[in-house]
Design a protein around this ligand. Structure first.
Ligand SMILES: [Mn+2]
Length: 315
């Protein structure tokens, strides 16, 4: 619960903050904002991420202070893990024996930490960080607002995904009043692609397949090399598949160097893709989830499509 989290923070001084590997806007935005909240409370705080900050998020306030590492070393009184349902998903070593605080909004969020604050009703982890800041009574800066607005904007699909409601807009209003600039935040994310990403999108669209109301595509390691695209350039490509009118579910497969496939799943709301991902050891939300599946590609595609067809509808 929020009060427990705040109480545990107040009793400690040095914090390390982290989130899941391949961080998205909510992971980055909520970690950066939470770090600022802690510092405003007079605490020492560092953000450490296994993969560092993806290019499109590097203009966020204090993004340049994020440490990229494989393990957490150093004297911290607690680790705060945001928007992440396990130690494993951080891909960081050195967390096991620390005091852990989990702040997450995923339905699949498991209580793995010493203190767990999981609220599936929050549209973004950033919303929870906002509540933490308010409860702590810290002054709310334009930099915090910018990080949290970006978390909110990206996790709601620019206020389009299911779950977006009047509270989402009330929060957005608070953040804009506190100094977040919506067009600036949007421009940094949606009008900041690399040439490699757009070339890779072309490859992905050439591989497009549909069957009934399910669409899927993939990119191979070779295609990524040919396009000079990075792993982070695959982010969001699945949404182009979902943008097809008659589709309810979209899947995007990225070949990993070891031959496994990283799968991103999106739903327009009729089918719960969190459960599909969980069937393969992954997780996420009803409308956006991910998992990894063994190759080869065509076998992986078939297994995931079968699971989608068997998948339970959203209640
Ligand atoms: Mn999130």
């Amino acid at each position: 619960m929020l009060q427990d989290v705040l109480q545990q923070i107040e009793q400690r001084n040095r914090f390390v903050l982290t989130s899941h590997a391949r961080p998205d806007g909510d992971a980055i935005g909520s970690a950066l904002a939470c770090c600022q909240v802690l510092r405003a409370m007079g605490k020492q705080a560092d953000v450490v991420l296994h993969d560092g900050v993806p290019r499109i998020y590097r203009t966020l306030p204090f993004a340049d202070q994020v440490l990229q590492a494989d393990r957490i070393a150093g004297n911290y009184d607690a680790a705060i893990i945001l928007e992440c349902d396990s130690i494993h998903r951080t891909r960081l070593e050195g967390l096991e024996n620390r005091f852990l605080i989990s702040i997450d909004h995923h339905v699949s969020g498991r209580p793995f930490a010493d203190v767990n604050w999981i609220d599936p009703h929050a549209v973004a982890t950033g919303e929870m960080v906002f509540r933490l800041a308010r409860e702590a009574g810290t002054p709310f800066s334009p930099e915090m607002a910018t990080c949290l607005y970006t978390a909110l904007m990206t996790d709601t699909g620019s206020f389009m995904f299911q779950g977006t409601n009047e509270h989402t807009f009330a929060l957005a209003r608070e953040l804009v009043l506190a100094g977040a600039d919506p067009s600036h935040c949007a421009r940094s994310i949606y009008f900041a692609h690399s040439v490699g990403k757009m070339r890779l999108l072309g490859e992905a669209l050439r591989n497009l397949n549909t069957e009934g109301n399910v669409g899927w595509t993939w990119v191979t390691q070779k295609q990524m090399e040919r396009c000079d695209a990075k792993e982070e350039d695959c982010e969001g490509l699945v949404n182009y598949v979902l943008s097809i009118g008659e589709l309810e579910v979209a899947a995007f497969f990225r070949e990993l160097p070891d031959g496994r496939l990283r799968v991103s799943l999106r739903s327009k709301g009729k089918l719960d893709v969190a459960q599909v991902a969980e069937g393969f050891g992954g997780g996420g939300h009803e409308c956006a989830s991910g998992c990894s599946v063994d190759g080869p590609l065509l076998v992986a595609v078939r297994r995931v499509l079968d699971q989608i067809r068997r998948g339970p509808p959203v209640q």
